[in-house]
Ligand binder design. Structure first.
Ligand code: MN
Length: 397
């Protein structure tokens, strides 16, 4: 029986209640179980075409839809005690790659605490929440081609930053992170056929941890009026494990009261929230702890909004919550908030001081549901990335 009781979210929390999906270095679909991974192509008949397990990503499997997802999960659970030895490898011996061929990427702004804090920092003296914020889930469009898997380095990006001497091009001086949860679309919708909020579960395959790396000086100069662009599009890291939506169902929570009442297409009967605990770790020091339980806009509302105008979605699309921040100082999901836009120094356990990220810094986000170490907790593992110096400055003649 594989070990499932570790209290460390980076390694434990992969019991039979979880069974998250990933893709190994050979392009084969694997499932984490305890300290092992299971190669699904070698696990016996799971009720779907076996070719979906060797196609290099989860997309072929995800496109089969919710009946196939639950059928495979049930079949695999029944087989856990009788798997062929060839199907099982130790998890720490497997290198995982990007699990999804990312078809598109949108990042929402669902935390009221984060949106309010950012408004105060970026637009002091004005109303921090934009007028539309309580009426619809605000988002910006990200870049699917620069979504990377945990473990990939993040070169420091360059861009145009404004300062007292005027706008200049160069490496960002304000490199930041955003602690988020991402959702992966398994089955899209056709153009002209919006997804009702209460049908989101038929379309969303699962969830990942997500770090929306951000260059705050670049972002601050470019973002008005069309939103972030190069300040965000250089890197977005996701965890290698995709936790199935069904593994998150026991951790549903009501979510905060919505006032004003949302438009009809954004109303749902089910509990809107999910309680995923998140931790931001910089060079080994836990800088903040938060949860997705208090997010104002839910995953289902975000997908309903994304398609409400008839926009189509496809297998492999990624949409994220936006930075998850709570109401206490040590529950903010970005350095922008934790350091008050660089004005307050953060001190790490070994005495290092930071406002923004330096080259060589290692950032990890861990995530889980339930109490670590108990029999039914569900871990996302972690998403990790190290900052390295950027390429030489681009010279324009
Ligand atoms: Mn973000």
């Amino acid at each position: 029986m594989p070990e499932t009781g570790h209290g460390d979210p980076a390694t434990g929390g992969f019991g039979p209640e979880n069974l998250p999906y990933g893709v190994d270095e050979r392009g084969r679909v694997v499932v984490a179980h305890g300290d092992d991974v299971i190669d699904l192509e070698l696990a016996g008949d799971l009720g779907v075409d076996r070719r979906v397990w060797t196609s290099g990503s989860l997309n072929a499997f995800m496109s089969l839809g919710p009946d196939a997802w639950s059928g495979v999960r049930e079949a695999l659970r029944r087989r856990l005690s009788e798997l062929p030895a060839a199907a099982v490898r130790r998890r720490d011996a497997v290198r995982l790659v990007l699990p999804v061929e990312i078809a598109d990427y949108v990042d929402f702004y669902a935390s009221r605490e984060h949106a309010t804090a950012m408004g105060r920092l970026l637009r002091p003296g004005t109303e921090p929440l934009p007028e539309a914020w309580t009426h619809l889930p605000i988002a910006y469009h990200g870049r699917s081609a620069t979504v990377v898997v945990s473990g990939e380095d993040v070169p420091r990006p360059s861009g145009i930053r404004n300062s007292d001497g005027g706008p200049t091009y160069g490496p960002t001086r304000c490199l930041d992170v955003e602690v988020e949860l991402g959702f992966v679309v398994g089955v899209g919708n056709r153009r002209g056929e919006p997804i009702p909020a209460e049908r989101a579960g038929d379309h969303v395959f699962g969830a990942v941890l997500l770090n929306d790396w951000s260059a705050r000086d670049v972002q601050a100069f470019e973002y008005r009026p069309l939103g972030p662009f190069l300040g965000k599009s250089f890197a977005t890291s996701i965890s290698p494990w995709v936790v199935p939506l069904s593994a998150l169902e026991p951790w549903r929570v009501p979510g905060p009261l919505q006032d004003p009442p949302p438009a009809r297409y954004l109303r749902t009967a089910e509990p809107r929230g999910i309680d995923v605990r998140l931790e931001l770790v910089l060079n080994g020091t836990v800088l903040s702890s938060t949860t997705t339980a208090g997010l104002y806009w839910s995953m289902a509302q975000q997908l309903a909004h994304l398609t409400a105008n008839g926009a189509a979605t496809r297998t492999g699309e990624l949409f994220a919550t936006g930075t998850v921040s709570g109401s206490t100082p040590r529950s903010a999901g970005s350095l922008m908030e934790l350091s008050s836009a660089g004005r307050e120094m953060l001190v790490l356990e070994d005495g290092q001081k930071r406002t923004w990220l330096e080259d060589g810094d290692c950032v990890a986000i861990r995530g889980w549901c339930g109490d670590p170490g108990t029999s039914d907790w569900v871990s996302f593992g972690e998403v990790r990335g190290e900052v390295r110096p950027g390429p030489e400055e681009v010279v324009v003649r």
